[in-house]
Design a protein around this ligand. Structure first.
Ligand code: ATP
Length: 284
């Protein structure tokens, strides 16, 4: 039987700025998005029963309409009036509710997979257009790579790839909702804004040090006072030689950029089992 296997990759934000809160309640952002080598695995097969069924290794995840994978499959299957069903196996490895767009990336992979499985003939741009109906991060997860995201995160401009480096990811064992973070952000009172244009210039020069030096995330103004563990993980990474360390998205995951593989390994060991972080990964 035909089946499609996909990797749904996580993202980090190398820079995250919020310009203002819009009248409709959304925040206007300016972010540098970067796909990383940490991914969920999806297998998509046709099913005879006409249903969309999801199986996953994480028992607490919803498997019905509340799962973004379900919504992505349904969106294409309704539009193209596909009478057959699909069965989707979702192997989750990206930390959940972590600021790494795990759900959005699964949705993006599902759009790509269903398009392929049923030979719908949609190109990347057409998939991205449908993706934004599911979530602001989904178009980037379809496109992947390095990009500037503006608007509510859906307006994308591709950027030169980030220079090679080692990325240490550490998620503390706390739950931080995106809603809480944006709800408590005082966008008009921010004293400092990250230099996103400077980061774009650093990417154009292939300058890892310059890129790392300018890393900044305004959402830390909400999360760090509330959850000091985020600051502590950043400090551990920097003490072990990270060029810089920062919270990704609305958190609570922290990532550090390392030039040196041995230093990254040492920081990994310091955090893994150290009590501060629950999930630790080293990727490039
Ligand atoms: P973002 O970086 O876009 O804010 P996130 O990493 O904070 O994303 P996700 O892991 O995508 O958050 O998921 C957040 C919530 O969405 C979870 O609490 C979960 O119940 C729900 N959800 C729906 N579908 C999925 C999915 N396929 N994978 C993970 N979570 C999902």
């Amino acid at each position: 039987m035909k089946e499609i296997k996909l990797k749904a990759k996580a993202k980090i934000n190398l820079g995250l700025d919020v310009l203002r809160k819009r009248e409709d309640g959304y925040h206007e952002v300016r972010m540098i998005m970067q796909t990383i080598g940490l991914y969920d695995r999806l297998v998509i097969r046709p099913a005879a029963d006409g249903q969309i069924s999801i199986r996953t290794n994480l028992r607490f995840l919803p498997t019905g309409e509340d799962n973004l994978v379900y919504r992505a499959a349904k969106l294409l299957m309704d539009e193209f009036q596909i009478k057959q069903g699909v069965e989707i196996e979702l192997g989750k490895y990206i930390p959940v509710a972590a600021g790494m767009a795990g759900g959005s990336s699964d949705a993006a992979a599902t759009l790509v997979g269903v398009n392929k499985l049923f030979e719908l003939g949609l190109d990347t741009e057409q998939l991205m257009k449908r993706g934004v109906k599911i979530g602001a991060d989904v178009p980037f997860c379809v496109m992947r790579g390095t990009a500037l995201a503006e608007g509510i995160g859906e307006r994308l401009t591709p950027l030169p790839p980030m220079p090679e480096c080692h990325i240490l990811i550490a998620k503390p064992g706390i739950h931080v909702s995106t809603k809480f973070v944006y709800g408590n952000l005082r966008a008009d009172e921010l004293k400092e804004h990250p230099d996103i244009d400077g980061q774009i210039e650093a990417l154009k020069r292939g300058d890892l040090h310059g890129l790392a030096r300018l890393m900044g995330n305004v959402l830390e103004t909400v999360t760090i006072p509330e959850y000091p563990v985020i600051r502590r993980i950043k400090e551990v990474m920097k003490e072990h030689g990270a060029l810089n360390a920062m919270m990704s998205g609305s958190g609570p995951t922290v990532f550090g950029l390392f030039e040196d593989a041995a230093a990254a390994q040492e920081a990994y060991r310091a955090l893994d089992g150290g009590g501060e972080a629950k999930q630790v990964y080293l990727v490039s």
